[in-house]
Ligand binder design. Structure first.
Ligand code: PLP
Length: 418
């Protein structure tokens, strides 16, 4: 008898488990709208041309070796990633107040940030939106933070519960950490407007709440990299502290390469204060940033020692070359546009079927997902009768749809609600 005989079977991951069930279904019409991975019109995974090109360049470069990266990852990649998310003209970058470490995609960046905060930040409570990406609860909880939620989504309007959000953040203890989705909120597809972001920022700064942005979809929401980073830049511009977890999984299609970055922007206020008092060049904030980085290394080293080199090299190759960067922007916009067109097609298909209910949220929501409003019974019905796989909260990945499969999905939704 095994010494592990007492181990009970764990449940499948609620998101990745959808794919497991899908793979077992022999039906030729089956459709996987569970996991958030981009598919072409033909339903195939996509490797961007610019990524293929970068890989080719890397392979052809015989001077490249496979030595370990430093604990914090590839220096070029880190510098360019900070510029991409914070903006090339970011005062925080110019003041050397930003420290960036390469991590294992978005998830790893969130986890490293969480571990750092648990060790070095005075407040151990983090507020995450209700609902949010399911992994957030586990990432922050296992890092030792106390996870609480703030109201975010209003099922009645299928939009933002802005009042609830302000009330909940307004009553959070001073200094609490707040997880914010930079854009294309997962799973709801509902984002605050620019004015709402500004109000959130003011409230959070007033209460000294610490923003921790999760940026898994930069460029994927609107098709524009700068537009999708506005929420973060608003918080960094005011000179206050800010953490950002960046993922290249979706926007560069590097899912399995596990490329991401954690950036911590240190408050610029202490620096300004010292400068004016001492009237000399001070290294205040920059020094904090470098001390923070030294501690991030202590988090990373025993966790996975150092990050993988290949994906980060692809990203750095693309980001540092103007022509390749532009090529990426075009391909990224094409992915975002295809998703937006799927929203329109699904909305039209439901309207033409006379499906009861208001489905305008399908075109109003943004990013990879539509939060349909279908309940778990309706979802189970669609899976059983139509072989359509999605998470039980009614979230569908628009990126998994194509013109060919929209009618099948519309039929299924129509049958589920009538
Ligand atoms: N955060 C959100 C909101 C996500 O939707 C995802 C991926 O689905 C991630 C983070 C992390 O993804 P990855 O670790 O693959 O970069």
């Amino acid at each position: 008898i095994s010494v592990f005989d007492h181990v009970v079977r764990a449940p499948e991951d609620p998101i990745l488990g959808v794919t497991v069930a899908y793979n077992k279904d022999p039906s030729p019409v089956k459709l996987n709208l569970g996991v958030g991975a981009y598919r072409t019109e033909e339903g195939k995974p996509l490797v961007l041309n610019v990524v293929r090109k970068a890989e080719q360049m890397l392979v052809n470069d015989r001077s490249r070796v496979k030595e370990y990266l430093p604990i914090v990852g590839l220096a070029d990649f880190n510098k360019l990633s900070a510029k991409l998310i914070l903006g090339a003209d970011s005062p925080a970058i110019q003041d050397n107040r930003v420290t960036t470490v390469q991590c294992l995609s978005g998830t790893g960046s969130l986890r490293v940030g969480a571990e750092f905060l648990a060790r070095h930040y005075h407040q151990h409570t983090i507020y995450i939106p209700q609902p949010t990406w399911g992994n957030h609860v586990k990432i922050f909880g296992l890092a030792g933070l106390a996870v609480k939620t703030y109201r975010y989504y209003d099922p009645a309007t299928r939009g933002l519960n802005f009042r609830g959000l302000l009330e909940d953040l307004g009553s959070a203890p001073s200094g609490a950490i707040v997880l914010l989705h930079a854009c294309a909120h997962n799973p709801t597809g509902v984002d605050p407007t620019a004015q709402e972001w500004e109000q959130i920022r003011q409230l959070m700064r007033l209460k000294a709440l610490l923003p921790f942005f999760d940026s898994a979809y930069q460029g994927f929401a609107s098709g524009n990299l700068d537009a999708d980073a506005q929420s973060i830049r608003m918080f960094v511009r005011d000179g206050g502290e800010c953490l950002v977890a960046q993922s290249y999984a979706k926007n560069m299609g590097l899912y399995g390469e596990r490329v991401g970055a954690l950036s911590m922007s240190i408050s610029g206020f202490s620096e300004r204060l010292t400068v004016s008092v001492k009237d000399e060049q001070s290294t205040g904030s920059a020094d904090v940033a470098s001390r923070v980085e030294s501690q991030l290394k202590l988090v990373i080293r025993p966790m996975y020692s150092n990050p993988p080199i290949h994906g980060a090299s692809i990203v750095a190759t693309i980001l540092k070359d103007r022509a390749m960067f532009q090529e990426w922007e075009v391909e990224l916009k094409a992915m975002a546009d295809r998703i937006i067109s799927m929203r329109k097609q699904l909305f039209d298909a439901l309207r033409s079927r006379g499906t009861p209910g208001d489905w305008s949220h399908i075109i109003k929501q943004i990013g990879m997902f539509t939060f349909t409003g279908l309940n778990s019974t309706q979802v189970a019905f669609m899976t059983k009768e139509y072989h359509i796989y999605l998470t039980s909260d009614g979230r569908i990945s628009m990126a998994g749809l194509s013109s060919r499969t929209v009618p099948h999905l519309a039929d299924a939704i129509h049958a589920a609600v009538t």
